[in-house]
Design a protein around this ligand. Sequence first.
Ligand code: COI
Length: 331
Amino acid sequence: MKIIAYGIRDDEQPYLEQWSKEQGIEVKAVGDLLDDKTVDLAKGYDGAVVYQQKPYTAAVLDKLAANGVTNLSLRNVGVDNVDADAVKRNGFKVTNVPAYSPEAIAELTVTQLMRLLRRTPTFDRKQANGDLTWAPDIADELNSMTVGIVATGRIGRAAMKIYQGFGAKVIAYDVFHNPELEKQGIYVDTLDELYAQADVISLHAPATKDNEKMLNDDAFSKMKDGVWILNPARGALIDTDALIRALDSGKVAGAALDVYEDEVGIFNTDFGSFDAIPDERLKNLMKRENVLVTPHIAFYTKTAVKNMVQFALNNNKQLIETGKAENEVKF
Ligand code: COI
């Protein structure tokens, strides 16, 4: 058995080598992402392990299949960048890693919320200029707030536990109700109810055709004045222009964004200076002290990266050996 792994970063390499040695399976690590330039490298391999934020296009998937590789294992959870028609047409088996560390995402989400609520970015700036005063940067307390969780999958539930640990009231909206949470009476019936009640909105939904730009002008208008918005999920969930308007009007008190609508090609790139970042809307957000932008790093912990690499390799091995895998994604 031979596996090719695309887009392998230096921080992933040791985990890949450890797995390959322990399993006695050849894994070819390629630094480049899977695209039309690199797809032919897969010839002769039994499966491919991949991770990238840019699309897995129909053209690339058709070529991969023509190269004889239809066992495709993603090292991440989201599958919104995979061309579903090409998957079905070519008979691909696709796996993801649904739980490499839900806690990693949840912990960064709440960390950023606490930074916003306690105004630490402002105090950091003031202190760097020798200003050790308090006013006017008086803070808010999470324990007296209602947090509205959108989607109660693994990440939403991990975040929920932390919010509850802080003493916040948690409500949630999801089309699928988790039986345990249902018993606790956590669910509201509609997003409108969640918008009306929540002081903090914590997004944990995958991106689908149905929820694209779900936080738009209309949604913001239904929220409490001074609501806090957290998005560690997918940039497509928020209409960025509407968010900017809501920040300008004060409707939204602040936001923590680990994802951004147009992040592909921008996040995880060093532009050398702030001015050189080629996205004015993003810079508009980044300049605000009440908006914390991070470049899709919520997943970026040692535990998560190890699990992403090794669970994806396990999935790919399972697909190659049995034609099935427990983390197979149905398109
Ligand atoms: C995912 O797992 O889908 C993520 O969003 C994290 C990714 C950037 C590795």
